[in-house]
Design a protein around this ligand. Structure first.
Ligand SMILES: [Fe+2]
Length: 201
């Protein structure tokens, strides 16, 4: 089964600046995503996207919501419609006349699956955070103290261990860092303290 989207243009430029309200986004999130593990993953990626937009890209609150929203909804259709992964959420956001930048970021978060290259910095960061955030969370679950005292060295060791969180693509992580022009170490050092603060409660 291919998840290839078969297109590289999304939404309409006339919708630039259109976003869901936080309530609308959260309603979609809670209605579509039922699995608590997936919910946490999406919240983690959303939190990382927001933090990166504000701290590293120096974007305004309004602009950073676009990044956060892309993170919050990037896997929205994975839980209930895995065969339609990415396609369904993209079409939903297109129907709701959402800013094409947000839709494109979601469409390119797994370019090998969906056939859409990450181009903007928002596209690239969503791609970069997705897999690495998952590996770091898996690592926190096997540590007695969770994120407490977690460091770069420990994460890199887990990355080298191919059997650990084996579904996390190390190639995607390397590729994402190169595309975003970020050192892997810097990305890990950004994720640990920020992700530590993100919980479902
Ligand atoms: Fe994801």
């Amino acid at each position: 089964m291919s998840l290839h989207l078969g297109r590289t243009e999304f939404g309409s430029i006339s919708n630039k600046g259109n976003v869901l309200s936080r309530n609308e986004a959260e309603e979609l999130f809670h209605t579509w995503v039922l699995n608590p593990k997936l919910k946490l993953h999406m919240l983690q990626v959303a939190g990382l996207m927001k933090a990166w937009a504000i701290e590293m890209e120096k974007l305004t609150d309004e602009e950073s919501w676009k990044w956060e929203m892309a993170g919050l909804l990037h896997d929205a259709d994975w839980d209930q419609w895995p065969d339609l992964h990415c396609k369904k959420i993209i079409e939903e956001l297109e129907q709701r006349n959402i800013d094409p930048e947000i839709i494109r970021a979601i469409a390119s978060h797994g370019h090998l699956h969906f056939g859409v290259e990450p181009v903007s910095q928002m596209d690239k960061m969503l791609y970069a955070f997705d897999e690495l955030s998952g590996l770091i969370h898996a690592y926190s679950l096997m540590r007695p103290g969770g994120y407490q005292d977690m460091d770069l060295k420990g994460v890199k060791k887990r990355l080298k261990e191919k059997s650990f969180a084996a579904n996390v693509s190390r190639d995607d992580i390397q590729d994402a860092c190169q595309r975003a022009n970020i050192q892997l170490d810097d990305l890990i050092n950004f994720i640990i303290p920020h992700q530590k603060l993100i919980t479902t409660e």
